[in-house]
Design a protein around this ligand. Structure first.
Ligand code: NPW
Ligand code: K
Length: 505
C-alpha cells in the first residue's frame, strides 16, 4: 500500500473530484458517511456524542457525521471551534444543511471557557483538523486539545482522518495532539501513524476506503510504502518442481561464541526453515557439538579458537557460498574484528549483518565502506544510533536511514512496531506484521537466519528484506496466538514460519 504525503492526498481528492467526477461536497458526504457507519457499528445510540469541528474540511466531515448520526437516532452535540473567521466552502455548506435538519445543540466555542461539560460515557469525535494541519496548534486551541485528552479516561475519543494537531507527513513531536482511542482515516495510512514517537496518539487505526481514484493511486510515485499481501505476492516465488537443493543456494552463517551458542542455533534453524538449500555454520570449537546435536540439518565448520570466531575469513571462495549471514552472538573480540575486516576485504556478494557484527562496524566506521553493495543491515534503534548517529525526531531518523541506504547502496532496516526498511533506490517500506511478544532475546537472530536463507534462494536483497521481515512478523503473530505475547519465545517464531509461508502469502 502506498503512503502518500498530505499534498498528494489533496491531489488525489482533486483528481477524483475531476475524473470520477464527483463534487467535493459529495466526496465529503461519502467520507463522513463511512465514519458515521463505523460509529453506528461500534457504539449504541444511547451514548451521547460530542463532535468538535474545525472550520476546514475536517470540520466539514464532523458536521456531516453529526447530521447522519442524528438521522439514525443518536443524540449529538456539535461544537464548532472558532479558530478562524473563515470557513471552507464545504464547511459552510454542511453547516447550513445541519442547521436546517437539526438546529438544536450546535454551539460555537470561541474560548476554552465555552468548552461543554460532558455527561458520563460520551463519545468525543475529533474533527478539528486533518490533513490541512501545517503548523503546531497553539494558545487556547491547544487548550481544547489538552481538555479532550484530559477527558479520554472517561470517554471514547474518535479522531477523523488524523488526531488533530498531528501532521500527516512530518514530525509533530512535542506538539499538542489529540490522543485518540480510534482513528478513522480515509483511504491511506499516513506516515505519522507509523512513527514510534506517535505511538500513544492514533489508537486503533481503521482505514476507510472512500473511492479515491485508483488511477491516481496507481500512477503516482511515492517513497513510502506499507507492506501488504499484494506486495508480498509479487515477491514470493513458488518452488520449481524440477529444482534440487543446489537451486536454493548454500549459505554461510558466522555466529555464536562461548555462552551465546543459542543465538547461532536459533539463526541456523530459522535459515533452514526459510528454505535455504544448504547451510554451513562457522562456529567456535565450543559450539561444534551444540550445533550438530541441536540442528542436524546444518553443517559445521569449527574455528581454530575454542570460544570465539576468529578465522572465518579463509576458505570462502572454494565453498561457493551464495550469501553470508554474520553477527548473532559473535561478540566483539579483537580477533573477531580482525577476521571480519579481512572478510570484508575479500567478500563481494551481499551479506546479512546483524548484532555484534553491527557493533564491530560501529566501533570501526571505516569498515562500513567495505560492506558489499546490496548487503542488508538489521540494527535496532540503539545499534542504528551507534552506527549512524542520533536524530532529533523519527522523521529525521527516517531521512538519515534513507540517506545512508542510498549513499552506501545498502538495505538498512530499523526495527520497531513498523520496522522501516530503507532501500538504495530511496524507497522506504514499513512492515505491519509482528507484535510486542517478539521483543525477546533471539528474535533478531531468527530474522538474520530468515534473511540469509531467502538471499541464498535467489531473492534479491530488496525482495528478501520485505518478504523476510513480513514472514518473521507473521510467524511471531502465529506464535503469540498460540502461546501469548508473554510466553512466546524466539524458537516459537521459527516454529510459526511454516504456517506463515502457508497462510501469510
Ligand atoms: N478534499 C476533499 O475532497 C476531502 C477532504 N476530506 C477532509 O478534509 C480534510 C482536509 O481539509 P482541509 O484541507 O480543509 O484542512 P483541515 O485539516 O480541515 O484544516 C484546515 C483548517 O485548519 C486550520 N489550521 C491548520 N493548522 C492550524 C493550526 N496550527 N492552528 C490553527 N488552525 C489551523 C486552517 O486555518 P488557516 O491555516 O487557514 O488559518 C484551516 O481552517 C481531510 O483531513 C479530511 O478530513 C474528506 O472530507 C474527504 C474529501
Ligand atoms: K481530526
Amino acid at each position: 500500500m502506498k503512503i502518500f504525503s498530505a499534498a498528494q492526498i489533496r491531489e488525489a481528492d482533486q483528481y477524483t473530484i475531476q475524473h470520477e467526477p464527483i463534487s467535493s461536497a459529495d466526496l465529503m458526504e461519502r467520507a463522513a458517511g463511512k465514519c458515521a457507519e463505523w460509529i453506528e457499528d461500534h457504539f449504541s445510540p444511547t451514548q451521547p456524542v460530542y463532535i468538535f469541528c474545525g472550520k476546514g474540511n475536517n470540520g466539514g466531515d464532523g458536521l456531516v457525521i453529526s447530521r447522519l448520526l442524528q438521522e439514525h437516532g443518536y443524540t449529538v452535540h456539535t461544537c464548532i471551534i472558532q479558530h478562524s473567521p473563515n470557513a471552507s466552502a464545504d464547511h459552510t455548506l454542511k453547516l447550513q444543511q445541519l442547521r436546517e435538519a437539526f438546529p438544536a445543540n450546535i454551539t460555537e466555542i470561541g474560548d476554552l471557557s465555552d468548552f461543554p461539560g460532558l455527561p458520563d460515557n460520551a463519545i468525543i469525535v475529533d474533527a478539528l483538523f486533518g490533513t490541512g494541519m501545517s503548523r503546531p496548534v497553539e494558545g487556547w486551541l491547544a487548550g481544547v486539545i489538552h481538555r479532550i485528552n484530559d477527558l479520554r479516561s472517561q470517554h471514547t475519543v474518535i479522531a477523523i482522518d488524523l488526531p488533530s494537531g498531528m501532521i500527516a507527513d512530518t514530525s509533530s513531536n512535542h506538539f499538542a495532539v489529540v490522543k485518540a482511542h480510534y482513528t478513522l482515516s480515509f483511504e491511506f495510512y499516513k506516515l505519522a501513524f507509523l512513527l514510534p514517537e506517535n505511538a500513544a496518539l492514533s489508537g486503533e487505526v481503521h482505514i476507510l476506503p472512500i473511492g479515491l481514484s485508483p488511477d491516481y493511486i496507481l500512477h503516482t510515485p511515492t517513497r513510502y510504502h506499507l507492506t501488504d499481501r499484494q506486495i508480498i505476492r509479487t515477491i514470493y516465488k513458488p518452488r520449481d518442481p524440477f529444482s534440487h537443493k543446489g537451486t536454493y543456494g548454500h549459505a554461510l552463517l558466522i555466529a555464536g561464541s562461548y555462552g551465546k551458542m543459542g543465538a547461532a542455533v536459533l539463526s541456523a534453524r530459522a535459515c533452514i526453515r526459510a528454505g535455504v538449500g544448504l547451510l554451513s555454520c562457522h562456529l567456535p570449537k565450543c559450539g561444534y557439538e551444540i550445533m550438530q546435536i541441536s540442528e542436524p540439518c546444518a553443517m559445521c565448520i569449527p574455528d581454530k579458537d575454542t570460544y570465539f570466531n576468529t578465522h572465518f575469513h579463509t576458505g570462502l571462495a572454494d565453498a561457493r557460498y551464495k550469501v553470508i549471514g554474520i553477527g548473532p552472538g559473535i561478540d566483539t573480540q579483537p580477533e573477531t574484528a580482525r577476521s571480519f575486516e579481512q572478510l570484508l576485504h575479500s567478500w563481494q556478494q551481499p551479506m546479512v549483518i546483524d548484532a555484534d557484527a553491527l557493533n564491530l562496524l560501529a566501533k570501526n566506521p571505516k569498515l562500513l565502506q567495505l560492506v558489499p553493495k546490496n548487503s542488508i543491515l538489521t540494527p535496532h534503534p540503539k545499534e542504528f544510533e551507534r552506527l549512524f548517529g542520533p536524530a532529533p525526531n523519527d522523521v529525521e531518523r527516517l531521512a538519515l536511514l534513507s540517506k545512508e541506504a542510498v549513499s552506501r547502496h545498502l538495505y538498512i532496516l530499523l526495527k520497531g512496531r513498523y520496522t522501516a526498511m530503507a532501500c538504495p533506490d530511496g524507497s522506504i517500506y514499513f512492515n505491519p506484521t509482528g507484535n510486542p511478544g517478539m521483543a525477546t532475546g533471539g528474535s533478531g537472530d531468527v530474522l538474520t537466519g530468515i534473511l540469509t536463507g531467502l538471499l541464498a534462494q535467489g531473492y534479491t536483497s530488496k525482495e528478501a528484506l520485505i518478504l523476510g521481515v513480513w514472514l518473521h512478523g507473521y510467524a511471531g503473530d502465529i506464535a503469540a496466538a498460540e502461546h501469548s505475547q508473554e510466553a512466546m519465545t524466539a524458537g516459537d517464531i521459527i516454529t510459526g514460519l511454516g504456517q506463515a509461508f502457508k497462510e501469510g502469502i
